[in-house]
Design a protein around this ligand. Structure first.
Ligand SMILES: Cc1cc2nc3c(=O)[nH]c(=O)nc-3n(C[C@H](O)[C@H](O)[C@H](O)COP(=O)(O)OP(=O)(O)OC[C@H]3O[C@@H](n4cnc5c(N)ncnc54)[C@H](O)[C@@H]3O)c2cc1C
Length: 402
């Protein structure tokens, strides 16, 4: 590491390590509760047992809603409906941290449920229009259509007549969301999911960008940079945008489905779409995010969704080198609610644009999301230990000043 890089790292570490800023909104009791929660989910065996027990309890209709609600749900979610979230939205915004209301109901398969998600997403676009504290809306492709259809479309397999009608309804839902976002001038993030359904989603998002990103970035696709092909993919979409005259927006993340991706590739005997090592994923994330920062003036915008301190530091340094103002509206940082407050609140303190995903939905319906968060905090051991260290530091700091 060069002397300059070492200096930068230590300067930014100091910023991200400011626990007084990070936890200003948490009471002593809330801090202790967060400590116990992270302590619990840091143990892989406990998460495995907890996951199986939760599935068993829900399937057997045992009354576990209260337990889930008072533990992981309250920590990682804003509430069961959008109204519940508003209190949290307002509170975070007092410290300059914005919110993205994320209707986190997953795994639904019926047309009624897809229409309900459509209606809820349109509603969150209205919320975003009304409230400065909510700069984006978001949705998941499989929230508005069956996974199987995305998969089949991506494989270029012929649809039956009724599948074609179903696919047309999916296109229609995408279009309703993106055109409403465009009409109300609200940016819309479209999440990325499993690689074997993503090709079809990417095509749809590209069409939405073509239609609604003519003046500026309204529609953002997501690049999961644990996929080794995503840097080239981002560049390809950007090139199409330049040729056809639309803006290209990407949420850049590492990716949440690594284990299942690798497992499926191994089972089916195709090359894994995932980078071979964590270092390669880190490099792909940094390269992709840096490419977008380098091309802001070439019609690009970024939402960098990461809890990785080095990647956030790298972006900040790139912005500094290129004289990009901290609150440039083409650059957003994002973390998930309940995670990495040290990054979110310290970035906001320094006037960067930051938004936290604030999931909401009926308790049982957001369980798949909650399980992903518990597993993520278990498998990325360094991250959980960091959360725990920061909480302990803050508890001690408060004790010392009393
Ligand atoms: C605002 C926001 C929006 C998000 N939206 C999406 C989304 O639309 N789709 C989605 O899939 N995820 C999404 N995520 C989740 C995100 O992918 C995970 O939170 C993220 O992977 C955790 O990585 P990190 O950048 O915080 O950094 P780290 O904690 O440094 O990285 C952990 C990640 O690195 C990768 N990794 C770990 N080990 C290896 C290995 N051995 N080899 C290769 N790669 C490895 C995995 O992706 C792992 O999750 C979002 C996250 C945020 C904060």
């Amino acid at each position: 590491m060069s002397i300059f890089a070492a200096r930068l790292t230590s300067k930014m570490e100091k910023i991200f390590n400011n626990t007084e800023v990070a936890f200003a909104l948490k009471s002593d009791t809330e801090l202790k509760k967060a400590y116990f929660l992270f302590k619990l989910i840091s143990k892989q065996s406990l998460v495995k047992i907890g996951t199986s027990l939760t599935h068993f309890a829900i399937n057997s209709k045992l009354p576990v809603k209260g337990l889930i609600k008072s533990t992981v749900f309250d920590h990682f979610c804003g509430g069961v409906n959008e109204q519940d979230c508003l209190q949290v939205v307002d509170k975070m915004y007092t410290k300059g941290v914005s919110s993205v209301l994320d209707y986190s109901v997953e795994g639904k398969e019926t047309e009624e449920q897809f229409d309900a998600t459509l209606a809820m997403t349109l509603r969150t676009i209205e919320f975003a229009k009304e409230k400065q504290a909510i700069p984006f809306a978001v949705f998941k492709p499989t929230g508005v259509g069956r996974f199987y259809l995305f998969e089949k479309k991506g494989e270029n397999l012929p649809f039956t007549e009724s599948e074609q009608q179903e696919w047309d309804r999916i296109i229609n839902r995408f279009d309703k969301i993106c055109s409403y976002a465009h009409q109300l001038d609200v940016m819309i993030l479209i999440d990325a999911e499993h690689s074997w359904m993503q090709d079809a989603a990417d095509e749809l998002v590209l069409d939405m960008m073509r239609k609604y990103n003519k003046e500026k970035c309204i529609v953002f696709n997501t690049a999961q940079t644990y996929r080794w092909d995503r840097f080239d993919f981002v560049k390809k979409v950007h090139l199409i945008g330049l040729q056809e005259g639309f803006h290209t927006g990407f949420k850049v993340v590492r990716g949440a489905y690594m284990e299942i991706e690798r497992q499926r590739a191994a089972e089916k005997g195709y090359p894994s779409p995932i980078c071979a090592t964590k270092a390669q994923t880190d490099a792909t994330f940094n390269k992709t995010a840096a490419y977008i920062i380098d091309n802001l003036d070439n019609k690009m915008a970024i939402f960098a969704g990461s809890h990785n301190e080095e990647s956030n530091e790298m972006l900040i340094e790139k912005m500094r080198q290129q004289n990009i103002s901290h609150n440039d509206d083409r650059v957003w940082f994002g973390q998930l609610y309940g995670m990495s407050d040290n990054i979110s609140y310290n970035l906001a303190k320094h006037q960067y644009n930051v938004a936290k995903y604030l999931p909401f939905g009926p308790v049982y319906d957001v369980v798949p999301y909650l399980i992903r968060r518990a597993e993520e905090n278990t498998s990325v051991a360094g991250q959980t230990n960091r959360e725990l260290d920061l909480i302990v530091t803050e508890i001690k700091r408060r004790r010392n000043i009393r």
